[in-house]
Design a protein around this ligand. Sequence first.
Ligand SMILES: [Zn+2]
Length: 197
Amino acid sequence: MTRSSSRLSRPNGKHDPNAQRIFELGEYISLPASSQSGIVVAPCEIGQGLFAFRNFSLGETIFWFSGKVIDYDEINARDPSLAGHPLQVDWNRYIDVDPPGYFVNHSCDPNTGLRDNLRLVALKPIKVGDEIRFDYSTETGGQRWTMNCRCGSNKCRGVIGDFDLLAPTLQRELLRLEIVQPYIVRRLIEKCRTDEH
Ligand SMILES: [Zn+2]
């Protein structure tokens, strides 16, 4: 991906209110009804995945994640074989993701990224039939979570984990693309300010 082609513009320059959102435990996060056209759940080589049902252009919103806000204790209490991958939105807050977001797999070289906590946007042009994936490390932090990766890309890291454990060059690239969850970015900004004093 070239520097110029990876730049994403915010629609109309407006700030998404979800960027600053506080996630209350037990709250249900609903999504715009219009946000699920153009995607379909289908089998893939690692089970099921989310696929494009139409073409998406660079920067276009694919869909919003929705689901109930839960904490780490609730995730831990579950049968791991039944639990999907919850979407982390704060240090101890996760979205127990509804379908179709439930089926989005990870890639170490993804074609989409998270914006403003809940919105998945295209990082490159996506064609009909492409599997939609994002980098789970852009939303995980604080629990030393790891997962073996079989994404098959030539950039595969083998084991994926929290954002702060990524190589600094990759962290910078993901931050530049603005696809790192706001709670992680806020902590980094606080740390920079503290280090300056
Ligand atoms: Zn991988």
